[in-house]
Every structure is written in C-alpha cells, then in structure tokens.
Design a protein around this ligand. Structure first.
Ligand SMILES: *Cc1c(COP(=O)(O)O)cnc(C)c1O
Length: 357
C-alpha cells in the first residue's frame, strides 16, 4: 500500500476550538466549510458536536451532508441560499441563514415556512464582495422583522485584512459596522480566525473560527496566541527509493536541482496529485526520521525528492513529515506564495486516518 496519508488529530481540533472560545469569550461557530478545510467535515463536526455552539458551512449541500451524518447542532449557511427554492430545505432542516442581498430579503418575505428562520444579516463594511450596503442595512433589518418569517437576527460582517496586524482597515470596518447598525439591538458576529487571535479589542457575541481550528496560523509572522494552536493534520509518507549522485548530476523534471556535492537523494511517495504544492521550491522544510532537511528539485505528480546527504541513518522506509506537528503547514505555504487554507483544501487521494474521536 502506498504510504502517503493524512493523520487527523481530533483532540487537537477540540483544543483549538476551546482556545477560540477562551480567547474571544464568545460563542463560536466552528467553520467546517470545504470539507472542514480538507480535514473531513462529518468527522470534525462529530468530534465537536458535544461542545460546539454550532457550525458554519458555505452552502446547503454541505449543511445537508452534516445533517445526514447526524449533526443536530445549529448550522449556519455563510452565503445563505443561492436559489429561492432552497428555503424549504432550510426550513425543514432548521438551518441558520446568512442574508447578504436584497433579493434574499424579498425571497424570505414571499416564503411559506413552517417555522420562523434565524437570519444572520450581513453588512458589507469594506470587504466589497457580498453583504448589504450600509444605506440599505437598517431597511433590510426592518423588513425581515416585519415579515413575520424571522424570529432572530444576528448582525454580521467579515474582515478583509485582519491577518495584517498593523493595518487599520479592520477597525475602520468595525466603525462602519457600528454606524450602520446604530440603534439595532441584536447580537453581533464579526471575528474570523485572524480577528480572534490578533484583534482582542473587537467585540463579537459570536465568533467564526475556521483556519485556527485546524491549528494553522493565519499570520505570516509569529504571533503569541497563534503559537498556542495545535496542528490537526499531519501529512506523512515514506522514502521509497534512494539515489547516490555525484556533484553535477540533476534531479527530476527540468533538472531544477543539480547536486553541488555528492548527494544522497530520497524519493518520497507524495506529489502534487496529493495536494502537496507543486511550486514548493528547493529548500522547503521537510522532516525525515524526526530530523529536518529540505525538499530538492521539482515536485512531481506522485513523488518528490529530499536531501538525505546529512541524514546517514535515513533510507528506504524512513518516515517523512510534509507538514503537521513538526513542520509548519503555514511555513510551507507562505514559502511558495500560498496560504495554509489552500494547502489543506487541496488535499486529495491520500487516506485520512483519525485519532482522538
Ligand atoms: C470562511 C469564513 C470564516 C472563517 O475564516 P477563517 O479565516 O478560516 O477563520 C468566517 N466567516 C466567514 C463569513 C467565512 O466565509
């Protein structure tokens, strides 16, 4: 059997969830969209089901997957419904629903529902992607209340630059949010992972941790709260071949690496078809038998190569960690112009093995 696999530590997931709550002092919706950022949504939600205040996903397909797996806690649809016809499923499965556009307000006014909806009314406070314009926010709120179809409205917005710790934009967004919602008595939800970890002064009754649940930092630089996270996914494999190359010999496609000295090359069963980033460059950190070394040459579809020259004890069958407990997924990601979010979401083909469930 091919030795590539992703170990998922559900105890670490719970640790990170508790940390999000502890740091924020708020209720927390665990964001498990995109198959829990590649970690497996149903397994992750089940591991958090007893203690989570609720979950958040991108769309009804993801919410139904959780419901069918037996998840009973509240589930928020972060983009609400894409088509009016979804409202009957939202009603039937008692999903919470973001409303980010006027047409969604109108659809709710027209809807025939068995029970009142819980709506999270989203303001565009500067992200400029989705969300109601500040000038239409209070009117949308009033219409939803007057519709008789809604029994609770949480006021929400989303930050564009909370991962930039010296950037004033998040506080400007909060000021705009406060202005737009002045006089509306309701619970508020603003903070995503970087805002939970890095912006303790921003009040939020509900927080929406995503990447931090999975133990990866949203910041490029070191950050004290982020240092308390525990990596959930360890991507590992083994050395399946070893070559001794004299100086001057190239390794792999495009001869991107040429041995500067006699070099022992280890071939690892892991490639970009598994989600390891193809653009990771020579020098990217990688661990073999508990010792740090470097990636060399170009990552190919099913294999990649590492430098074993200074690891004489390593060889065929040695265990390799691509990221996880020892090798920071964020460091691998930022080193190749990516982010840990994308690395995790790209995971495929490798089996996921769970512990701590
Ligand atoms: C994905 C998402 C989150 C989680 O963001 P992280 O940076 O992963 O914490 C929170 N809120 C909304 C609206 C999202 O779409």
């Amino acid at each position: 059997m091919r030795p590539a696999r992703a170990l998922i530590d559900l105890e670490a997931l719970r640790h990170n969830y508790r940390l999000a709550r502890e740091i924020s002092g708020a209720r927390a919706l665990a964001v498990v969209k995109a198959d829990a950022y590649g970690h497996g949504a149903t397994r992750c939600a089940a591991a958090l089901e007893d203690e989570a205040d609720g979950f958040a996903v991108a769309c009804i397909e993801e919410a139904l997957e959780l419901r069918y797996a037996g998840i009973r806690k509240p589930i928020l649809l972060l983009e609400g419904f894409f088509e009016e016809s979804e409202l009957s499923l939202i009603d039937q499965h008692q999903l919470w629903c973001v409303v980010h556009a006027a047409w969604q307000v109108e659809a709710i006014e027209r809807a025939r529902l068995a029970r009142p909806l819980q709506v999270w009314l989203k303001l565009d406070s500067g992200m400029h992607r989705v969300g109601l314009h500040p000038a239409e926010y209070r009117d949308a709120h009033a219409r939803l209340l007057a519709s008789g179809k809604v029994d609770k409205i949480v006021l929400m917005s989303h930050f564009a630059r909370a991962d930039e710790l010296d950037c004033p934009r998040s506080e400007e967004q909060v000021a705009l949010f406060e202005q737009a919602r002045a006089g509306l008595q309701a619970e508020v939800s603003l903070r995503n992972s970087p805002a939970i970890l890095g912006w303790p002064g921003i009040a939020s009754d509900w927080v929406r941790p995503g990447i931090m649940l999975y133990g990866a930092t949203p910041f490029e630089q070191d950050q004290a709260q982020a240092a308390r996270l525990r990596p959930v996914m360890t991507l590992e494999s083994k050395i399946i071949s070893v070559r001794e190359l004299p100086a001057g010999e190239p390794v792999g496609y495009g001869a991107r690496f040429v041995a500067e000295r006699p070099t022992r090359v280890g071939v690892v069963a892991m490639g970009y078809a598994d989600g390891y980033p193809r653009h990771a460059a020579t020098g990217t950190p990688i661990m073999v038998d508990g010792q740090m070394t470097r990636l060399i040459g170009r990552v190919s579809m099913d294999m990649l190569t590492v430098d074993l020259t200074d690891l004489p004890g390593a060889g065929l069958g040695s265990r390799v960690e691509l990221w996880g407990r020892n090798v920071s997924a964020s460091a691998v990601a930022y080193g190749c112009g990516s982010i840990p979010y994308q690395l995790f979401c790209n995971l495929k083909r490798v089996p996921r093995l769970y512990s701590g469930g």
